[in-house]
Design a protein around this ligand. Structure first.
Ligand code: HEC
Ligand code: HEC
Length: 315
């Protein structure tokens, strides 16, 4: 008898059975949109400009470090005053694909997002008069704004330039996207099984669509109270309740995107999971109410690692 041979045959058949990425609940990253290159470039400069913070210490890129997957490695970044902010910094990569911005989804557009962070007394601590004045006083900016916008430097144009730039911050060509686009051989059998487990266990019910998350709100702690178990509850832990005042929205958060998740530790709105393994354990316990076999967990983590893409043209 030829056991290894039949095992290979069996695995081959299974691989075929799960090889066809038709009509999948996860969708490939869309192509980079065609945008005015002058506005993109202005947005890029503004994104890296510490003059957006009141004391000239922090740019957007201080917390959203493009060489660190668009976030930083701390549980909580420090604001302009050196004090930690209330929630973990999410990545800016692919943020344009989220249906709302922020953990509690309190803003709908990237334009409004920059308003909130620039004027937040905990983050950049500035105000629009100051920001517009500083940018308008810079001759080079003045020239570039006049070329890109009929009405030159204004609050709305600064917000538009930042948002336009952020729409270019996509991370294409992850191995999983290539798989979805038909290159089915690019994933190992284990990674394909991991994707299958991700669907079978029900991770897919919440992390789905083009951003593998970012398209719905869900309670954090469906089975058990994660925040009580963690201890020291904060106002930020109330999630969408802070926006709606609705009791049903306590501890409800935007389901985060899992694109590039292997690179964005620590995890959760409170930065409380230092590793991907820990985050996946928490998800099984508190979102699904069950524990998987070690093997299935390993397979799912292997699948999650195929979601790492490649930022285009980032310095
Ligand atoms: C002090 C660190 C810090 C700075 C500076 C900062 N951010 Fe953020 N950013 C955060 C944190 C923390 C959040 C999450 C806040 C929340 O959910 O309430 C966030 C959220 C975001 C989001 C939403 C992402 C999502 O998935 O919800 C975007 C987009 C973003 N920031 C862009 C910017 C831009 C543009 C700037 C500069 C104008 C900027 N940030 C400056 C820390 C920072
Ligand atoms: C009922 C909805 C739901 C299910 C099911 C679910 N998740 Fe989540 N997931 C969430 C929410 C909500 C968060 C954000 C929690 C927070 O930080 O407040 C999250 C966060 C995460 C994070 C951390 C992401 C980050 O950037 O901080 C990972 C990783 C993750 N989920 C993986 C999984 C995996 C793997 C499964 C299946 C084993 C799963 N999730 C099942 C809703 C869900």
């Amino acid at each position: 008898m030829n056991r290894p041979g039949s095992l290979v045959l069996l695995l081959g058949l299974c691989a075929n059975a799960i090889a066809a990425p038709l009509d999948e609940p996860l969708k490939p990253l869309p192509p980079k949109p065609h945008l005015d290159a002058r506005r993109v470039e202005l947005g890029r400069q503004l994104f890296h400009d510490p003059r957006l913070s009141i004391n000239n210490t922090l740019s957007c890129a201080s917390c959203h470090q493009l060489d660190k997957s668009g976030a930083d490695t701390r549980a909580f970044s420090n604001g302009f005053d050196g004090q930690p902010v209330a929630v973990n910094t999410p990545t800016v990569f692919n943020a344009s694909l989220n249906f709302r911005q922020f953990w509690d989804g309190r803003v709908e557009t990237l334009e409004e997002q920059s308003n909130v962070v620039i004027t937040s007394p905990h983050e950049m601590g500035s105000d629009w008069n100051t920001v517009v004045q500083r940018i308008a006083d810079d001759a080079a900016y003045g020239q570039s704004f006049r070329a890109a916008y009929p009405d030159a430097v204004s609050r709305a144009n600064i917000q538009n330039a930042l948002a336009t730039y952020e729409r270019t911050l996509l991370t294409p060509d992850s191995r999983f996207d290539q798989y979805l686009l038909g290159n089915t051989d690019i994933l190992t059998l284990e990674e394909k099984y991991g994707y299958q487990r991700f669907k079978e266990y029900g991770c897919i019910a919440c992390h789905q669509g083009v951003n593998i998350g970012g398209n719905m709100f869900q309670k954090f702690g469906v089975f058990g109270d994660y925040i009580a178990d963690r201890g020291n509850p904060t106002v930020a832990d109330q999630g969408r309740f802070n926006v709606t005042g609705d009791e049903d929205d306590r501890a409800v958060f935007k389901v985060p995107s899992l694109r590039n998740v292997a690179l964005t530790a620590p995890y959760f709105h409170d930065g409380s999971a230092p590793t991907l393994e820990r985050a996946v354990d928490v998800m099984f316990q508190y979102q699904l109410g069950r524990m998987p076999s070690e093997e299935d967990k390993t397979l799912i983590i292997l699948f999650l690692k195929t979601l790492t893409g490649h930022p285009e043209g980032q310095p």
